[in-house]
Design a protein around this ligand. Structure first.
Ligand code: PDD
Length: 291
């Protein structure tokens, strides 16, 4: 696989950063994951906007603004030279505050950020999606700026690991008695026929897939309420699903070893799985795509 590092394209296996990189030392940086279908980036502008929001919030200044054409040309070359122009893939971008002697305060002004990008094959788990996956619940122990897509992901790693150790696909994180999100996807439920999900604020990542799926649901006439799901209401949920760039719409049919509804993917979830896939394919179709 090819990588892009600070302006250079090189084999990922030979790409190296300094041991003084603040991403390595402090987790001081942001990242973004784009979905790619047949070599075309999905929802480019939204991902770039969120990346720029993160850079602003962390006060990481790039010498030159990362424009959409720049991002897309980097992705295009990485995908082409990594033979990922057909099928499903991801495009990953990470930007840290750069390398400097270890000190908690920001390094000297003008310290160049580290800019890294690469691509990977994605194999969406369609079989699991058809039968539905299971999830666990666990406390959300993260900081209070979860709206920034930072690379400091230890709580997310532990949530995913705990889920994996229990044969589940992810953990539904709980903070102050309500469901916030999963380790790398947003959580959506159906309660009394109404779609419920945590509102976008500092406690969750404002998911791009979440935004699209809520719009698709509204388009289908399904009522949507961006109000958090109370932990005590989990047993009453008729349907649950996860939404994210590497997740798409993933039905959750068991939570903490208890069936959701009748233990199979529900009607609204099943409909949104199809609608989202159609939207993804249409957005990445040659004529439609911006890239
Ligand atoms: N994660 N919540 C969290 C904590 C996430 O890390 C992600 C994405 C999402 C979904 O956002 P989106 O629909 O914009 O991808 C929600 C990426 C895929 C990752 O870390 O791999």
């Amino acid at each position: 696989m090819l990588a892009y590092l600070n302006g250079q394209f090189l084999p990922r296996s030979t790409a190296t950063i300094s041991v003084e990189d603040r991403g390595f030392v402090f987790g001081d940086g942001v990242y973004e994951v784009w979905r790619v279908v047949n070599g075309r980036l999905f929802e480019s502008e939204r991902h770039l906007e969120r990346l720029e929001f993160g850079l602003r919030e962390l006060r990481i200044a790039l010498a030159e603004r990362l424009s959409l054409p720049t991002i897309e040309s980097i992705a295009e070359r990485l995908l082409r030279e990594s033979a990922l122009t057909t099928g499903e893939a991801t495009f990953y971008v990470e930007i840290t505050r750069g390398a400097a002697p270890r000190a908690h305060q920001f390094p000297a002004a003008g310290t160049p950020p580290t800019v890294y990008a690469t691509v990977n094959r994605l194999n969406p788990p369609e079989e699991l999606r058809a039968r539905g996956a299971s999830a666990i619940t666990m406390p959300d122990i993260r900081w209070l700026r979860c709206d920034i897509k930072t690379i400091q992901l230890l709580p997310n790693v532990f949530a995913k690991q705990a889920a994996a150790e229990r044969g589940a696909v992810d953990a539904l994180m709980i903070r102050d008695g309500v469901v916030t999100e999963g380790s790398h996807a947003n959580v959506v439920g159906v309660l009394d026929g109404v779609i419920r999900t945590h509102p976008t604020n500092h406690l969750i990542l404002p998911g791009i897939t979440r935004a699209i799926v809520l719009d698709l649901a509204r388009g289908l006439g399904v009522p949507v309420s961006e109000k958090p799901i109370a932990e005590r209401d989990i047993p009453r949920l008729e349907e649950v699903f996860l939404v994210g760039t590497t997740t798409d719409v993933m039905p959750i049919v068991r939570v903490d070893d208890r069936p959701v509804g009748d233990g199979t993917p529900g009607p609204i979830t099943t409909r949104l799985v199809k609608e989202f896939r159609a939207y993804l394919d249409a957005s990445c179709a040659p004529a439609h795509s911006t890239s």
